[in-house]
Design a protein around this ligand. Structure first.
Ligand SMILES: Nc1ncnc2c1ncn2[C@@H]1O[C@H](COP(=O)(O)OP(=O)(O)O)[C@@H](O)[C@H]1O
Ligand SMILES: [Mg+2]
Length: 263
């Protein structure tokens, strides 16, 4: 399944933030390869820099942050060098889509869920009118929203957290991305819903031929969905391996301590 050449390659990445009177280095020379068709999980405790890292992959770092050194290679481009929003718009959503922890941040509370999925389809697939709507309904049903035609005109607040996350996933899929990044996609959800969403993502990966990058603080959760695990600690990847190796033959002391915290 895995090709030798990575789809996305992060090389010695350094990301810094300007605070009032000092500069902090959050990503400290991080390297990581993501291969086509795999699902790779980055695991590390809160504050390790996981969200900062993935935000840098779609050009949405907070305004006081910047890529200070290193490369992010994707399809022959070094996207770490991108400066303008125009350049990022060619990547964001279309090539690399993101599902965040809190679905409400990704959804417009003032617009119906159907129109939000439809907009992504119009924008990224070039369908119009009835065709676009038909496709929106198909994707919504595909992510497990039954009777999507009847729920089309509902607003995000009328949905549960799990249902909202399904809508966010539908919007991401509507853009036909190569890579789907899921940053703590189930952390805000309760355990049974969590399991359903992970199962859904697993199925969609096959169906849409996706490469998935999971972000989680919970090694137990990602073990269920990822092929490989990268352990992140204080802005660096300290160990990468197959799920089984990380679980049964961890090498780094930090990985061992993460494992010891699992129930
Ligand atoms: N805009 C910012 N300005 C300054 N520091 C930031 C900013 N965004 C994130 N950080 C810092 O970067 C570190 C990593 O944050 P984050 O990537 O959100 O961690 P994680 O997702 O692994 O929990 C934290 O110490 C956080 O305070
Ligand atoms: Mg985070």
């Amino acid at each position: 399944m895995r090709e030798k050449k990575p789809l996305l390659s992060i090389e010695d990445l350094v990301i810094k933030f300007q605070l009032k009177d000092q500069i902090v280095e959050v990503i400290k020379g991080l390297s990581l390869n993501l291969y086509k068709g795999e699902s790779l999980a980055i695991v590390g405790e809160s504050g390790a820099g996981k969200s900062v890292l993935v935000k840098s992959l779609i050009g949405v770092l907070d305004k006081n942050g910047w890529i200070d050194a290193g490369k992010i290679l994707y399809k022959g481009m070094d996207i770490a060098k991108f400066k303008s929003e125009d350049e990022w718009l060619k990547i964001r959503g279309k090539e690399i889509a993101m599902v965040f922890q809190e679905p409400m941040t990704a959804l417009n509370p003032l617009r119906t869920i159907g129109s939000q999925v439809e907009e992504a389809i119009v924008l990224h697939q070039g369908l119009r009118g009835r065709e676009a709507r038909k496709e929106a309904i198909r994707i919504l049903e595909d992510v497990g929203i039954k009777d999507a035609d009847k729920l089309y005109k509902r607003y995000p607040h009328e949905f549960s957290g799990g249902m909202r996350q399904r809508v966010v996933i539908a919007i991401a899929l509507a853009c036909k991305p190569q890579i789907l990044i899921c940053d703590e996609p189930t952390t805000a959800l309760d355990v049974t819903i969590q399991a359903q969403i992970l199962k859904l993502l697993n199925r969609l990966q096959e169906e849409y031929n996706l490469t998935i990058l999971y972000i989680s603080h919970d090694l137990g959760v990602v073990a269920k969905v990822a092929h490989r695990v990268a352990v992140m600690y204080k802005g660096k990847i300290i160990e990468v391996g197959n799920v089984k190796d990380i679980f049964y033959r961890p090498k780094d002391p930090y990985t061992i301590s993460l494992l010891s915290k699992l129930p």
